[in-house]
Design a protein around this ligand. Structure first.
Ligand code: AGP
Length: 613
């Protein structure tokens, strides 16, 4: 996600815009830019890197003007560099745009514009949008608001945009669909931003722009809103009640809990333009462009660290089950040094949220040097691992600020599932009816996550009773064994309570000696896979007076009678259970850590990205 700021009024825009970008830097920070209108000029300044780099770059420039827009970027299309940074000019340089979101049909729109003589400077979907607005404006001889409205009717995807027109220094036109946008109402001035953080110090009166609404901010006039269907809307003025710090976290106390709650939205973003439930189709361009590699692969090696390694383990289960290609999952730190045997027809999937984890980057370089095909699954566009990969798929969850990975994990699992579905369908190892069932169910997961998140308060309540524990054990089988590992990692890295994840059946090979009332056992027991066997494992623990927290499928009565606490998750396909079962484990770890007074977003000794060995 990117950060958007706009200002029009009686003050100098530049300081307000820059300060606004600094407030939004948590939303994205690989490049930044600003557009100002002054004396009939539309000046655009942009720089790769952080907002401070933009300030340094603009310091010698003409930064006067009382109307402007500014943007801090989280790249989704195109490398993080100056050319791809926003704002983007239209071809005539009469218009400039900033954008937060993903235009799914940008390639088709771009082709049409090129056939009408438009050329492009960047790789971004955003530049396509401003060229479309200009094309529509000129073709229909309409004002900017109408041109934006007509253009957005051709767009598929998510957007929050702000547009300037050189000849209209008294106007900013903005619009949103799927990405947030809010207007601050001052005395003869308007503020525009992705959220209220850049606005709160100037005014507490705001209007939250609704889905598919276009807003026209004109000096000296009331704010005007119309839908992209050209229906006039009356602005609803709200009062801000949050502090600045709370606003950066979207009103949540920590980034981690905010990111846990973002998952329905970020999971939808990771599937956007890839899972088409209406057409029962999954398309990952990184697979399509390299189909032969996957169909002829002798083996897939997944290399990653930490939570990303847990996602890789789930990837092994789903790829082997549906694509029938042998998969090995390697800790990058071991893989890079143990002199592994790597064949030229190996595919190496490197999973990394940051795209900068030193061990995983080294593993990629080793595999690449021995001829393997590298497929990166990362979240930070243009980071080192994607740049060293032959192809890949971004997770598109926006910046993950909390050190404990949550939304990136569920998106990694989703991308791996999409990959397994595509390979299996192509190879014929996944029956069409099963493929369709899973695709349809994948489309339902974001809503099922929303339902599940409603249990947050209840989980917070019972989690508090376990802050005494010095040790936890997490158990799962099949797809939920990696979930057990992930739940254990979440707990230990933010609450500092020791926790182990184990395959449930392994208990009798040693760990069952540990069972006591002092060591809570989290058992993941959905009604899929080897449910009866997990129930037996739970009975073995119960018989030894273990305290059991069970994650079960809604309506389960059997485990409910055995466990001390039960968290119900919606029913779903076996291979998709991890996307739901992980949520209560994230919440439980979070609430225990909060009660223990731990620094949830920046746990001791940990870094968000381990760029050293
Ligand atoms: C997970 O909560 C941890 N922050 C850590 O294990 C992390 O997953 C690991 O360091 C890998 O990071 P990456 O995904 O950025 O490569």
């Amino acid at each position: 996600m990117c950060g958007i700021v706009g200002y029009i009024g009686h003050r100098e825009a530049y300081p307000i815009l820059i300060k606004g970008l600094q407030r939004l830097e948590y939303r994205g920070y690989d490049s930044a830019g600003i557009a100002l209108i002054n004396d009939g000029n539309l000046n655009v300044y942009k720089a790769k890197g952080k907002v401070a780099d933009l300030v340094a770059f603009a310091s010698e420039k003409n930064i006067t003007g009382s109307v402007g827009i500014a943007h801090t970027r989280w790249a989704t299309h195109g490398e993080p560099n100056t050319v791809n940074a926003h704002p983007h000019y239209s071809q005539s340089e009469e218009l400039a745009i900033i954008h937060n979101g993903i235009i799914e049909n940008y390639a088709v729109l771009k082709q049409g514009l090129m056939e009408n003589g438009y050329t492009f400077q960047s790789q971004t979907d955003t530049e396509v949008l401003i060229q479309l607005i200009e094309f529509v404006k000129k073709s229909n001889d309409v004002d900017l608001t109408t041109a934006v409205q007509l253009a957005l009717n051709q767009v598929v995807g998510a957007y929050a945009i702000a547009v300037l027109e050189k000849s209209q220094p008294d106007t900013i036109v903005a619009a949103r669909k799927g990405s947030p946008l809010v207007v601050g109402l001052g005395e003869n001035e308007f503020f525009l931003a992705s959220d209220a953080t850049p606005i709160v110090e100037y005014t507490n009166e705001v209007v939250y722009i609704g889905e598919e609404e276009i807003v026209t901010l004109r000096r000296g006039e009331e704010l005007k809103i119309r839908t992209i269907g050209n229906v006039q809307k009356t602005p609803e003025i709200k009062k801000l009640e949050f502090t600045l710090s709370q606003l950066e976290k979207g009103g949540y106390p920590h980034f981690m809990i905010k990111e846990i709650f973002e998952q329905p939205h970020t999971l939808a973003d990771s599937m956007r333009g890839r899972v088409n439930v209406d057409e029962n189709n999954v398309t990952l361009s990184g697979f399509i462009d390299n189909k032969d590699k996957f169909l002829n692969a002798g083996r897939i090696i997944i290399t990653a660290c930490g939570t990303s390694w847990h996602a890789g383990l789930i990837g092994m289960y789903v790829i082997e089950e549906y694509a029938r290609i042998p998969v090995e999952v390697e800790y990058s730190s071991e893989f890079r040094y143990r002199k592994p045997v790597i064949f030229p027809n190996d595919i190496v999937i490197a999973i990394s949220q940051s795209g900068e984890t030193a061990d995983t980057l080294a593993a990629v370089e080793l595999a690449r040097s021995q001829g393997a095909f590298i497929f990166g699954i990362c979240n930070v566009v243009g980071s080192s691992i994607p740049r060293n990969s032959h192809s890949g798929a971004y997770t598109h969850v926006g910046p993950e600020i909390g050190v404990a990975s949550t939304k990136a994990f569920t998106a990694q699992v989703t991308v791996l599932t999409m990959l397994a579905l595509m390979i299996g369908r192509e190879k014929g190892t996944l029956p069409e009816d099963k493929y369709l069932t899973i695709v349809r169910e994948l489309g339902r997961i974001p809503d099922k996550m929303k339902t599940l998140l409603n249990q947050n308060e209840r989980i917070a309540q019972f989690a508090k009773t376990f802050t005494y524990a010095q040790n936890f054990i997490y158990l799962g089988r099949g797809y939920n064994f990696p979930v057990a590992l992930e739940g254990a990692l979440k707990l230990k890295e933010i609450s500092y309570i020791h926790a182990e994840g184990y395959p449930a059946a392994e208990m009798k090979h040693g760990p069952i000696a540990l069972i006591s009332q002092e060591m809570p056992v989290v058992a993941i027991a959905p009604n899929t896979g080897m449910y009866e066997k997990v129930v037996s494992n739970i009975q073995e623990i119960k018989a030894r007076k273990g305290k059991i927290i069970a994650v079960v499928t809604e309506g389960d009565e059997v485990v409910k009678n055995l466990a001390d606490y039960c968290i119900e998750i919606p029913d779903t396909e076996e291979c998709l259970v991890p996307l739901l079962a992980t949520i209560p484990l994230q919440l439980m770890a979070y609430h225990i850590a909060v009660v223990k007074g731990c620094d949830v977003d920046q746990p001791r000794n940990l870094a968000k990205s381990v760029t050293v060995e």
